[in-house]
Design a protein around this ligand. Structure first.
Ligand code: ADP
Length: 865
């Protein structure tokens, strides 16, 4: 059986920059003890030729990897910037040799590019740039970039440029590093979707009616169906209908009867250009490639070469018979190549797809003013882009708040332009990803240089990737530290830059800094290739002309459209209806109230009450109504709360088994207990039940004992009271018997009796007893002396008890017996102890409620007297 091998750890190859820095680390220091500044040199890649063992040797034949080894033994391979060398041609050097090479390169004079008429020299660092072409279907892009020396990297690596066919996700844009560029501007959809484009252009046309006649009259169906119907009534025109966001001629049809259009169909309705410019009798449109390198400021370049795409059947103005012929009326390549009459380009002046240069030649041959024509094309392109400019600018600043070195985006757009017989260009459509497929030789001739020139125009080479990575790391660390320690300490760290904010609250780094922008401009001007700059225009008078279009967002975007007007109208109607209903309600309420008050007979005057003949003040009425509503609501709320409290009370007071078990409800009767006893599961053992029974019987025994004790206490108290009464009557006077008095006072000192009892409080029991024995007491006071005390005790005899005393005693006994029966034993004992001055601090602490009760009773008695 094959033994299971443990999975081999995946080998992650360090990126070229890591390798480069590692190489730098291993370089020996120079005479001054400092290392050479290798990283200042352009495009140095250092690779070790040391293999990592036998297993990997196969893989490493193609891809040498860095292996750390100090000293001069290690051999270093230098990869040049253009990457043109074969693997075997690459020089193998020792560290010192590399050092000398680097030295030579540093000494090389830098390339200099002067912007026309200025002294601006962009500082250019030659770098080996990386590009991610994972998300494009056009092979030509990958091919051209490889030939240009770009390194192809996957998306997760730190690419310099990403070329993708679809608009990237917002997350990708936000996470882009400051040296990265992508081929889409966020928000370009504003002109790349047919409906949005026509909405923007219509808006601009409304604002600048004389300037924006750059596209055929367009309506959005079904919103503008009414408007287009009015227009169709007045003018006998042919219309072309296109779906909002389809492409390549899908779903397009031509009609003169707009009643054939479905009422809910979402379509673009455009006037059909019935007299287009024809070449050799064929209709054609132009694909003009336009590069936008920046939106703030807007910088637009148009490629001098492009394509003219021809229909494959000779053009005849639309009739009911031919309007379905797509090969005659539509010029899409995707449609026409399916026609057997499609002509693959055979020379510059033949074929269904021709170069713009051929078209220009044809114009010259036919005495058209080419320059004027292209000026009007440029004008249309500029105006189209300006129509989306506020959105583009805003989105860019939101998505790339930190891109301060270079532009984060660029975009190659494909403008579809139709030319009429007067040589007037019309913008039909803007493609955010123009096709870069090379099906024919003409494609190759146009698109290959187009891609190359586009990439050359990008100022990505101006940025120092490693420096930015280092800066970002430092800043990140500083930010973390700032959170941990304090802001001051972090601010002192090298490389930390606090975000500086402008007065308006914008981050200064939101847009490219002026310096970076200057460098970018210089770079672009020196790398135009076959591009021409159209924005900012070279003619200063035109600069002022276009300035006014930037002011567009002073007006709301969708103001005064048919839809908005209708919306406003409907809103107004709804509001009026609502107000009428409100008024009726109020009047009704008032009437009801007056009737009710009349019935009651008294009239409480509220502000806003209906006064006969006076007008109702709606504001007061409204406030009154609100107050009433608030009151009703509060009442309802209070009722709810009360009900909830009641429910909770009931729940608390309900005798449940749980409470019984806890000992809260010990007085639950036996039958009730059985009613509430939980159904015990079989898992509960007999032992547990026995334990329960034991505890119950124990409790019952305790209760019995308590009762017995209580009885005994009562008996004792009775005897004690009797004895005291007899003692007080017969023997002891407070002043005359110091021993006994001291006994009583020491006991009473411990109690709070004297402190808390209100002055003049009559002690009922004692008082009556004293009164009854008053005569004998006075006698004994006279007779008794301190010397005769012992004798008096010895000769003690009970005095005669009269009937009243007997009755009183009996009633007192009855009362106490009834109290005992009612099990108010505790209260009884406590009150007795209080009366006798036997209460201790502890008693008071344990039963404060009883003391409070007694004092309360005393007070009540005192006040009643
Ligand atoms: P798609 O995105 O499907 O290509 P377009 O708007 O580019 O849609 O239109 C397709 C073709 O229809 C164009 O190439 C052009 O030949 C023709 N076309 C479009 N609009 C008009 C128009 N208003 N007048 C005349 N022809 C038009």
């Amino acid at each position: 059986m094959p033994s299971k091998k443990s999975p081999r750890p995946t080998y992650s190859e360090p990126n070229p920059y890591t390798r480069f820095f590692n190489a730098h680390k291993s370089l020996p220091p120079d005479k001054n003890g400092q290392k050479q500044g290798v990283y200042n040199r352009e495009s140095v890649y250092v690779l070790s030729n040391k293999s990592r063992g036998k297993r990997r040797s196969g893989r490493e034949n193609n891809l040498p990897t860095w292996r750390r080894r100090g000293g001069n033994e290690d051999h270093i391979m230098v990869v040049t910037q253009d990457n043109t060398q074969q693997q075997r041609d690459k020089p193998l050097l020792t560290a010192s040799q590399l050092d000398s090479i680097c030295y030579d390169v540093i000494k090389e004079p830098p390339m200099q590019f002067h912007v026309n008429g200025t002294d601006i020299v962009p500082s250019i660092r030659g770098l080996r740039l990386s590009v991610c072409v994972e998300h494009t279907r056009f092979q030509l892009v990958a091919k051209v970039t490889r030939n240009m020396g770009f390194q192809h990297v996957p998306e997760h690596r730190l690419w310099n440029i990403q070329w993708s066919d679809s608009t990237p996700h917002h997350d990708l844009l936000r996470n882009m590093k400051r040296f990265q560029q992508i081929n889409h501007f966020p928000g370009m959809v504003e002109i790349c979707r047919k409906d949005l484009l026509s909405r923007n252009l219509n808006r601009m046309l409304k604002m600048f009616p004389g300037d924006y006649r750059i596209f055929p009259k367009t309506w959005l169906m079904p919103t503008d169906a009414y408007d287009v119907a009015i227009y169709a009534n007045k003018h006998k025109r042919t219309f072309i209908l296109k779906p909002y966001s389809a492409g390549q001629g899908r779903g397009i049809w031509i009609t003169t009867d707009l009643r054939t259009v479905g009422k809910r169909e979402k379509l673009i309705c455009q006037t059909y250009i019935e007299r287009p410019l024809l070449i050799d009798g064929y209709k054609f449109d132009l694909r003009v490639y336009t590069l936008v390198t920046s939106v703030d400021p807007l910088r637009i370049f148009v490629y001098n070469e492009g394509l003219a795409r021809f229909a494959t059947q000779k053009y005849v103005p639309p009739t009911t018979g031919n309007s379905h012929n797509v090969f005659m009326h539509l010029t899409n390549y995707c449609l026409n190549r399916r026609n057997s009459q499609y002509m693959v380009g055979n020379g510059p002046e033949a074929g269904s797809k021709r170069k713009l240069s051929a078209f220009n030649k044809w114009l010259v041959d036919h005495n058209y003013d080419v320059a004027e024509f292209w000026a009007s094309v440029d004008d249309a392109i500029i105006k189209t882009l300006i129509s989306a400019w506020p959105t583009l600018k805003h989105n860019y600043n939101v998505c790339f708040p930190k891109h301060d070195k270079i532009q984060a985006s660029f975009q190659l757009l494909g403008f579809d332009i139709l030319v009429d017989w007067k040589l007037k260009p019309y913008i039909l459509e803007v493609n955010h990803t123009p096709s870069l497929s090379a099906d024919e030789s003409v494609d190759m001739e146009v698109k290959r240089p187009l891609i190359r020139d586009t990439l050359n125009m990008l100022s990505t080479a101006l940025v120092d990737k490693e420096q930015i990575i280092r800066d970002d790391r430092t800043e990140h660390r500083a930010r973390l530290l700032r959170n941990i320690y304090n802001k001051k300490a972090a601010a002192q760290m090298p490389g930390y830059s606090s975000p500086i904010r402008e007065v308006g609250g914008h981050d200064v780094r939101q847009a490219c800094s002026i310096g970076a922008l200057t460098q970018q401009i210089a770079w672009e001007e020196s790398h135009l290739g076959n591009y021409r700059r159209i924005m900012p225009p070279r003619d200063s008078s035109k600069v002022n002309y276009y300035c006014k279009f930037y002011e567009q967002n002073k007006q709301p975007m969708f103001a005064d459209t048919v839809a908005s007007r209708r919306r406003e109208q409907l809103n107004l109607q709804a509001m009026q209806k609502h107000q009428r209903e409100r008024q009726q309600d109020l009047v009704q309420q008032q009437q009801n109230q007056t009737q009710a008050q009349n019935r009651i007979g008294k009239h409480v005057r509220w502000p806003g009450d209906l006064v006969q003949g006076a007008e109702v003040n709606p504001v007061i009425l409204q406030s009154r109504r609100r107050r009433e509503e608030a009151e009703a609501y509060a009442k309802k709320h209070r009722a709810l709360i009360a009900r909830e409290i009641q429910r909770q009370k009931e729940q608390l007071l309900a005798p449940t088994c749980a409470k019984e078990r806890l000992g809260i409800w010990q007085s639950v009767r036996r039958e009730k207990r059985s009613q509430f006893s939980p159904k015990r599961g079989s898992s509960i053992t007999k032992g547990y039940r026995r334990k329960q029974q034991r505890s119950l019987s124990q409790r019952a025994r305790q209760q019995r004992m308590l009762e017995m004790e209580a009885q005994r206490d009562a008996k004792f108290l009775e005897e004690h009271a009797q004895k005291q009464r007899l003692e007080g009557g017969r023997v002891v006077g407070k002043s005359e018997s110091p021993d006994l008095t001291s006994k009583i006072t020491t006991k009473s000192k411990t109690s709070l009796k004297k402190k808390v009892r209100p002055k003049g409080k009559p002690d009922l029991s004692k008082e009556t007893l004293r009164e009854s024995n008053h005569c004998q007491m006075t006698k004994s006071k006279v007779e008794l002396t301190p010397g005769t005390k012992a004798r008096a005790f010895a000769n003690w005899t009970a005095g005669t008890i009269n009937e009243a005393e007997t009755d009183q005693l009996l009633s007192w006994r009855k009362e106490r017996a009834s109290q005992l029966n009612e099990t108010r034993l505790r209260e009884l004992i406590f009150s007795k102890m209080y009366e006798n001055g036997h209460l201790t601090k502890n008693d008071i602490k344990c039963f404060p409620d009883l003391l409070y009760q007694i004092l309360n009773n005393d007070c009540e008695e005192a006040s009643s007297r």
